[in-house]
Design a protein around this ligand. Structure first.
Ligand code: DOR
Ligand code: ZN
Length: 338
């Protein structure tokens, strides 16, 4: 595409974002609202979102910061929470429950060690048609194999809960793409801009890039190609979830950097660049503005974003976090229109 080329998309949704809590929450929420009409907010705050009252007050905080962006809420599945707490979250408006394997990622020490621990909770979610969202990694497997190692557990969940709708989050491997394609239509997946853009070599092939350190880890070029093929395929099974996960710059630059990439401020430019390189800009709107809403059975949303092919420099810091490609030029801009 030539410089100045413009593309208008129906207002996109982000079906996986971390907004944290406390002083930075408003900035993170507004950053998402600059590009997205709806965001599915992850519950791995401290303390986690596990009951209706916590969910309501978290949503209210987000709404105050970014009233033009609809926060879709999730709750965290923790062993022993019980079906009453699940019911409470659903009554408060949750549309998904999030399964973190214990110890798999940031703030997941209280997660699930074995799906049996939450069998009653999952049965209730199935009965009430609430989506099960999964961080599909086995933290006890070698780092690059954790996603593939978790697929048999998902397979068991699919078998044991024959009506449960499931989303595998932030796919990182060709193996997971193939699995999704073979599973029933009630199983779908989110794809992030960073897993579509980078490989493990971008993270650590030269100087270490903490901004690209995330869970699941970035994988090989072949894995990335499989993800890009899925994203641009027009399949209703693959849709956008940024997994934008900001951490303060000083934590990211410490000797024990936490996992998470702050991609919300540049998600659409990154995606436009990927889809353009694949020769499939025509499929970007379906991926970011339609497929996920269809899966979550949400109505179309008013508004649009305008993508313009025009270079801008990614700041060194955004909201005190280090974005990917900080200080470098990227050749797409996104502007939300009313
Ligand atoms: O890289 C990640 N960061 N992956 C996750 O699953 C969680 C997230 C976070 O909350 O920082
Ligand atoms: Zn996440």
């Amino acid at each position: 595409m030539n410089d100045g080329y413009q593309l208008q998309l129906a207002l996109p949704d982000d079906f996986h974002v971390h907004l944290r809590q406390g002083t930075q929450l408003p900035a993170y929420a507004r950053r998402s609202a600059a590009q997205f009409g709806r965001i599915l907010v992850m519950p791995n705050t401290l303390p986690p979102i596990c009951d209706g009252a916590a969910l309501r007050s978290y949503r209210a905080e987000i709404h105050t910061a970014a009233p033009d962006c609809q926060a879709l809420m999730t709750f965290k599945l923790v062993p022993g929470m019980g079906t009453a707490a699940v019911q409470d979250c659903i009554e408060a408006g949750a549309i998904a429950g999030k399964y973190y394997p214990a110890g798999a990622t940031t703030n997941a020490a209280d997660g699930v060690a074995d799906p049996q621990q939450i069998s009653d909770e999952l049965a209730l979610m199935q009965e009430l048609d609430i989506v099960l969202s999964i961080h599909a990694e086995d933290p006890l497997s070698p780092a690059m194999e954790r996603e593939a190692a978790f697929l048999p557990i998902v397979e068991r969940l699919i078998r044991n809960y024959p009506k449960l709708r499931i989303v595998l989050e932030h796919l990182s491997s060709a193996a997971a793409v193939a699995a999704i394609s073979n599973w029933p239509e009630r199983v779908a997946a989110t794809l992030t801009a960073h897993h579509l853009t980078y490989t493990i070599d971008d993270l650590l092939g030269d100087k270490l890039q903490p901004a690209l350190f995330c869970k699941p880890l970035l994988k090989s070029a072949a894995d990335r190609a499989a993800l890009l093929q899925a994203a641009t395929s027009g399949s209703p099974r693959f849709f956008f979830g940024s997994d934008s996960a900001p951490h303060p710059a000083d934590a990211k630059l410490s000797a024990a950097a936490p996992a998470g990439s702050y991609t919300a401020p540049l998600a659409l430019p990154l995606l436009a660049r990927c889809f353009e390189a694949a020769g499939r800009l025509d499929r970007l709107e379906y991926f970011v503005s339609r497929a996920g809403a269809d899966f979550y059975q949400l109505p179309p949303k008013q508004g649009s974003v305008l993508l313009t092919k025009k270079a801008w420099r990614i700041p060194e810091r955004i909201d005190d976090a280090i974005p990917p490609e900080a200080g470098r030029l990227i050749n797409w801009q996104a502007q939300r229109l009313p």
